[in-house]
Design a protein around this ligand. Structure first.
Ligand code: SF4
Ligand code: SF4
Ligand code: SF4
Length: 419
């Protein structure tokens, strides 16, 4: 069985299926610091794709409150427990082994595929479990429920002081990660799951699927869901007609998905990244996703230790205890938060591009502006410039232009009390 290179882990990893890389990869970055849990994204997906009979409990996009919330319930705790059982105490990272190919260091533990290989009696390609019906019932259980850690001066202590709050929660936005090494695809005995060569979107062939639910069992993110009325599994389809430019709104240009474009908090940026001959993200320095993930390294994969190389990335919440975040996003957390708290000019400009246009931004340019603000962050001088971020479409045409400082519009008196 082939070994694949997983850059999230900084090493080769066992993947029990033939690796196949697309020409482009569907990917996204979420800024957890900005999410207000309005669930507009959730409803945008629901009202487009899963409003029919048999799909009542199906939420391809959901936003859960961490640490207690989960859909299905405790999906991540259960997945982490399976890794721990296979390799007790071994889920650690060697941060000192950082390099260009391993920007966050090397993962010394086992992935879901390697954990299954360690137990030869297991027949599955990956360790996993099938959630019970009850666990799927509550897409937003424990909403806004925080955890309180005992502080120096009692339970609540100095609860609201950075860098880590003693009492905290945060919102985690989730959908299928359209992984580079999908466990769902490797697990399917019917070979009903495939990764599209044109954009890396992972789909379940509804005609081939027989509802064995191996994908549900072995996807560590628990994104495939079973439909009782048809007896087959379904999952996020990355709104592929939009990615193909089939929506009349964009005149043939690739368009961001429903859950991405609906985002009220402007936390989402989704796009396509070119893939090189080695199956890695091609060096496309001014693709906003490439920049955020590979250059600024401010956005990190969700549970990289699972080993599927997910293509969803998260700017971690700045107030949450770091040990929790290290487990969730890997060892790059401190560096990512440090960069996010005091962004350089380029990062600050690119962060303005989130949710500015429905068309996919393939490249960006920055026009320098004047200095507008100065302060001290963590003892260091920090300056803000009113630069302009310009987003370009697939053909290199400008589609959006946004300044760092939001313009203030004063309503003239004649519009007072009118819309
Ligand atoms: S998140 Fe799960 S369902 Fe989606 S591609 Fe990865 S393994 Fe498959
Ligand atoms: S990408 Fe489309 S199908 Fe997938 S969760 Fe978002 S809205 Fe739903
Ligand atoms: S629409 Fe945006 S802000 Fe609202 S819950 Fe979804 S990700 Fe968060």
């Amino acid at each position: 069985m082939p070994e694949v290179y997983n850059w999230h882990l900084g090493r080769k990893a066992y993947y029990p299926y033939q690796e196949a890389h697309p020409r482009w990869q569907f990917a996204f970055v979420f800024n957890t610091n900005r999410c207000i849990a309005c669930q507009t994204c959730t409803m945008a997906c629901k009202s487009t794709w899963t409003f029919s009979k048999g799909q009542e409990y199906m939420w391809w996009n959901n936003v859960e409150t961490k640490p207690f919330g989960g859909y299905p319930q405790f999906w991540d705790v259960k997945g982490l427990q399976l890794l721990e059982e296979a390799n007790p105490g071994g889920q650690i990272w060697s941060r000192n082994l950082r390099s260009k190919e391993a920007p966050h260091g090397k993962y010394e533990g086992v992935t879901i595929f390697e954990a299954a290989k360690k137990s030869p009696q297991r027949e599955e390609v990956a360790v996993g479990y099938l959630p019970t019906e009850e666990e799927w019932r509550f897409p937003n259980i424990y909403e806004d429920t925080g955890v309180a850690l005992p502080g120096k001066s009692g339970w609540w202590g100095k609860g609201a002081q950075l860098p880590e709050h003693q009492s905290w929660f945060f919102y985690l936005q989730r959908l299928c990660n359209h992984c580079t090494y999908p466990a769902c695809l490797a697990a399917c005995p019917r070979k009903a799951i495939y990764k599209r060569p044109e954009d890396g979107i992972v789909l379940i062939d509804q005609k081939r699927c027989r509802g064995y639910r191996k994908c549900m069992e072995q996807c560590p993110y628990k994104r495939p869901m079973f439909r009782t009325t048809t007896g087959v599994s379904e999952k996020c389809i990355a709104c592929y007609p939009r990615i193909e430019g089939k929506d009349p709104l964009t005149n043939g240009l690739p368009m961001e998905t429903r859950c991405m474009t609906a985002c009220v908090g402007k936390i989402r940026l989704q796009g396509l990244v070119p893939i090189d001959g080695d199956g890695q993200w091609a060096t496309e320095r001014y693709n906003p996703l490439y920049y955020l993930v590979r250059v600024a390294r401010v956005a990190l994969p969700l549970y990289p230790q699972f080993g599927t190389e997910p293509n969803g990335y998260y700017i971690p919440p700045r107030w949450v205890p770091r040990a929790y975040l290290h487990q969730m996003f890997g060892p790059g957390v401190d560096e990512a938060i440090e960069r996010y708290i005091a962004p350089d000019r380029e990062l600050l400009a690119v962060l303005q591009l989130f949710r500015t246009d429905q068309r996919i931004i393939f490249r960006y340019k920055i026009e320098p502006g004047e200095k507008v603000f100065e302060t001290t962050i963590n003892g260091k001088k920090w300056e803000m410039y009113n630069d302009t971020a310009i987003g370009l479409d697939r053909d290199g045409k400008e589609i959006v232009r946004v300044k760092v400082e939001e313009p203030i519009h004063v309503r003239p008196d004649k519009h007072y009390n009118s819309i």
